[in-house]
Design a protein around this ligand. Structure first.
Ligand SMILES: Nc1ncnc2c1ncn2[C@@H]1O[C@H](COP(=O)(O)OP(=O)(O)OP(=O)(O)O)[C@@H](O)[C@H]1O
Ligand SMILES: [Mg+2]
Length: 425
């Protein structure tokens, strides 16, 4: 999709607001404009006793007479009008290719407009009769002016259209400026472009408790859509273990890891969830399970894996255990690879919750122990360049980014679901 359409899709409500505002302003201005009516009188010029039609040049010169002082002064006096103002309201034109002349008078009063136009017709024929006695030129009113029903100005529809257009132009300019200045990821296109991998899920901002419980909540729907998209990942071998990470903190990695584990387990798969965030573990806290023994204990050899695994609902959970002094070292240890291969042997999918990628190296080394990486981004907060940097970092160590998940996506008004369109680049 082109950049222009993306801007429109993202800011459509600003455009609608600007169009309505533009139309409203135009109508307000229109309402304060004076109402003007135009009356037209048509006259024919001919020469008595001559079969030849008059030259266009001649008709044009008579048209000029219409706005002359000699004609307008008498009309102004008769109508109690200011001659100068009247001159500004009278226009004359020779109808091209004919011997017809038209005088158009605009006025705030439709009846007076018609009366003035007809008086001009009379004055002109009288004047020409006097001036052209010898050449026997006549001016005949063939179509007298009648009071117009509709005003010529203001034109509400035209003004409203101009207002809408102006509003749209300004709003579009604003959207362009905003997108130039905003460096954060806003939608699935941004995310996919930044990480060079498809956006597999979009989860709306949701104030309710973070773990999915009901099958019909928007978050549950979104997680199920992500689960479905993950099934199509990896034609050359389905990933058996997935690392969930993001650029920075608080972007929703841990809650997504838990919810995804729950959703996958619902399909009957054996799922393990590992809290590999050894610095700020949170899985045990979210699930309300005892987190005193876990991954670190297995890695340092003080516990065996089956002892540390806990059953919670339909998933096997490995909490992080005690916070160690050397988390990166532990995450990259051969023991970690062993834990992963043991878990993948007994499970259909192992989901690993990791610390953020950019501040510490833990997530990068953990990525090497997993088959694929799911990159979470927070709409309106995660920067596009940070995502590109994270994806580049993973690419350099040959970790496989299977896709991105846009979290905290703005939820459209009147729709309980976030935008459901996924983008595959
Ligand atoms: N879609 C969402 N809508 C609203 N709040 C959310 C959403 N996803 C996560 N949160 C909230 O954001 C906070 C951080 O979530 P979470 O702990 O999953 O992030 P994290 O990336 O794992 O953080 P950390 O970097 O500290 O490990 C939590 O309070 C969680 O409830
Ligand atoms: Mg976390």
């Amino acid at each position: 999709m082109t950049e222009y359409l993306r801007l429109v899709r993202r800011g459509w409500w600003i455009l609608v607001l600007a169009a309505v505002g533009g139309a409203g302003c135009a109508l307000l201005v229109t309402a304060s404009m004076p109402v003007r009516y135009a009356a037209t009188v048509s006259m024919m010029i001919d020469q008595k006793g001559s079969a030849d039609p008059l030259s266009q040049q001649r008709v044009k010169s008579y048209a000029r007479l219409v706005t002359s002082r000699r004609v307008l002064l008498d009309v102004a006096v008769a109508e109690y009008l200011d001659p100068g103002a009247l001159a500004g309201n009278v226009r004359a034109e020779a109808v091209p290719g004919t011997v017809l002349l038209r005088a158009i008078v605009t006025d705030s009063d439709p009846v007076r407009a018609a009366r003035v136009a007809n008086r001009i017709g009379g004055e002109l024929s009288g004047l020409i009769h006097t001036l052209e006695k010898r050449s026997a030129i006549r001016v005949t009113v063939i179509d007298p002016a009648t009071p117009p029903m509709l005003p010529v100005s203001p034109r509400p529809r035209l003004n409203a259209a101009a207002g809408i257009l102006l509003g749209l132009v300004f709003a579009y300019g604003f959207l362009m400026l905003r997108s130039r200045l905003d460096t954060t990821v806003a939608d699935s296109d941004d995310l996919a472009a930044a990480i060079g991998a498809p956006t597999l899920g979009i989860i709306g901002r949701d104030r309710r408790p973070p773990l999915i419980v009901s099958g019909s909540s928007p978050r549950a729907e979104a997680i199920r859509a992500l689960r479905t998209n993950l099934q199509f990942v990896g034609v050359d071998g389905r990933p058996r273990s997935l690392l969930v990470t993001s650029c920075g903190t608080g972007e929703g990695k841990s809650t997504l890891a838990i919810n995804l584990a729950l959703a996958v387990a619902q399909t009957g798969w054996r799922v393990a969830l590992v809290d590999a965030d050894l610095r700020r573990p949170s899985i045990a806290g979210y699930l309300g399970v005892d987190g005193s023994m876990g991954l670190t204990d297995v890695l340092i050899g003080s516990a065996r894996l089956p002892e540390a695994l806990q059953r919670w609902r339909d998933i096997d959970v490995l909490p992080s255990g005690r916070v160690p002094s050397n988390p990166s070292e532990l995450a990259g240890s051969p023991g970690m690879h062993r834990v992963m291969s043991d878990l993948t042997a007994d499970h259909d999918l192992v989901i690993v919750d990791a610390p953020p990628l950019l501040p510490v190296t833990d997530a990068s080394v953990l990525a090497l122990a997993c088959d694929g990486v799911l990159l979470v981004a927070r709409a309106g907060r995660t920067r596009r360049d940070a995502l590109a940097q994270a994806a580049g970092q993973l690419e350099r160590i040959r970790a496989r980014v299977v896709g991105g998940v846009l979290n905290f996506a703005p939820v459209r008004p009147r729709s309980p679901y976030p935008e459901s369109r996924m983008t595959f680049h």
